[in-house]
Design a protein around this ligand. Structure first.
Ligand code: ACO
Length: 414
């Protein structure tokens, strides 16, 4: 990994130009600060590639348009963690290992049972994942082992935490995970106490495949920064979950869920969009830092949301569809120089409503897929580590004399 201070290396001269046009210099030293690191390359990865202009996402060179319909989530986990798609035997042994790691330590289940029922599911997930680190051996320096088996353990346990809290906060008894079901089917089973039908399992599985990795997105970058200090994998994933929570990132899925409820029927979509934009607010689930076209994952999620809607209640899909059309139309009128289209979170909302989840669970379920990418990035970071420590451009007052307390007036003047 190559890291350079302030005068960073850019994707290409075109992006460099774009980046410096949008950035805001904070001083007259001539160093340009790239706000939000837009267009800045801070490292390299073999794991996934986001080509925002073309609207293409690949995992280790495989297009998600091929993976989504043909590979199950466990195959993608193997691809990310071991570097290649598994043979039948490799897939079988990964499934066995995942199944064996699904159970949570009993004290963590008790801790969730003692947690106030109104606690936000992402806060619970972050806290319990951090708690997992208490149940593994550490050496004399406090270091844990952070290897591929730790990664598999976390991939196995994150859905158990999400499903366990889903039931506890609804006043129900948690359900023990099963070892004979896929990640997708077992997750739905633990939430509902019923083995899902093929349609629901396939929809959940495709969602997990599509969410598994996305290059240096904010939460993954957070994980890598934490891992670069040589903190353990539980710490890195805890940081990633904290970063995923915000509305500008994974929190948008739950926000779209609230929007669908507020809009209520397809005919209200355009009025809603106009009102939101008139207030200077954003349409949740629309826009992306990297994609300047529709997010390639949205088309698959739209398809499964429509299919599931046909089998259950088409209402959520129809509102989402109308909302996307209205957003495209109104954003073209109001922000013609911007490219703001549906992102991965947009069709997650109707899909999850059709699967029977409540809106506050959407972002934790995102983590059930992204845990594969987070852990793979931590391993990649550790395999060629250098502390990630950028610089800031100081914009405060120049050096000046210390003021003894008796001479301070409280307004900064002596
Ligand atoms: N609705 C309306 N306007 C938008 C939207 C939106 N969803 N997204 C961006 N814009 C506008 C901004 O208002 C701004 O316009 P202006 O310059 O006229 O004021 C312009 O586009 C650029 O906005 P930035 O915030 O600089 O763009 P950025 O690249 O940082 O935005 C982001 C990316 C944060 C995702 C943004 O599109 C957004 O807030 N979307 C809504 C939240 C969301 O869906 N987040 C999930 C992203 S996907 C994921 O992380 C899994």
């Amino acid at each position: 990994m190559v890291l350079r201070p302030a005068h960073v290396c850019h994707a290409s001269s075109r992006r460099a130009k774009l980046s410096s046009q949008r950035s805001k210099p904070l001083s007259t030293t001539g160093i340009v600060v790239d706000r939000g690191l837009e267009g800045v390359i801070v490292g390299s990865t073999l794991l996934s590639n986001v080509e925002g202009k073309e609207g293409r996402l690949t995992y280790r060179g495989y297009d998600i348009h091929d993976l989504a319909p043909h590979a199950c989530f466990e195959e993608v986990v193997h691809l990310l963690l071991y570097g290649h798609l598994p043979t039948k035997d490799e897939l079988e042994s990964l499934k066995v290992e995942l199944g064996a790691h699904r159970m949570l330590p009993e004290p963590l289940i008790t801790a969730m049972q003692s947690t106030p029922k109104h606690a936000w599911p992402m806060d619970v997930l972050r806290t319990i994942v951090s708690g997992l680190g208490l149940f593994v051996d550490v050496d004399q320096t406090g270091a844990h082992t952070s290897d591929v088996h730790t990664a598999i353990e976390l991939v196995a346990k994150v859905p158990t935490i999400v499903a366990t809290w889903d039931r506890i906060h609804r006043g129900m008894e948690p359900i023990e995970p099963r070892t004979d079901l896929s990640q997708a089917a077992n997750f739905l089973y633990m939430c509902r106490d019923t083995v899902p039908d093929r349609v629901a399992e396939d929809a959940m599985d495709m969602y997990l495949v599509l969410l598994a990795d996305h290059s240096f997105n904010a939460s993954t970058f957070s994980a890598r920064v934490t891992a670069s200090t040589k903190a353990d994998m539980y710490a890195a994933v805890t940081a990633a979950i904290a970063t995923l929570e915000g509305e500008a990132h994974g929190g948008a899925a739950s926000a779209v869920g609230r929007v669908l409820l507020e809009v209520g029927k397809p005919e209200r979509a355009e009025t809603y969009v106009r009102e939101v934009l008139a207030r200077g607010q954003r349409i949740m689930g629309m826009g992306h830092r990297e994609y300047k076209v529709r997010d390639p994952r949205a088309q698959h999620l739209e398809t499964v949301a429509r299919k599931l809607g046909e089998a259950t209640d088409p209402k959520w899909y129809e509102i989402a569809r109308a909302l996307e059309e209205a957003s495209n139309k109104v954003l073209k009128e109001t922000k013609p120089d911007r490219s703001i289209y549906a992102n991965v979170d947009f069709y997650t909302a109707p899909l999850f409503y059709s699967l029977g989840f409540s809106g506050d669970e959407f972002t934790p379920i995102f983590a059930c897929g992204r845990i594969a990418g987070w852990t793979a990035h931590v391993l990649e970071q550790l395999s060629n580590n250098r502390l990630i420590r950028p610089q800031a451009q100081y914009a405060g007052p120049p050096v000046h004399p210390f003021e003894p307390i008796e001479r301070r007036t409280g307004n900064g003047k002596t």
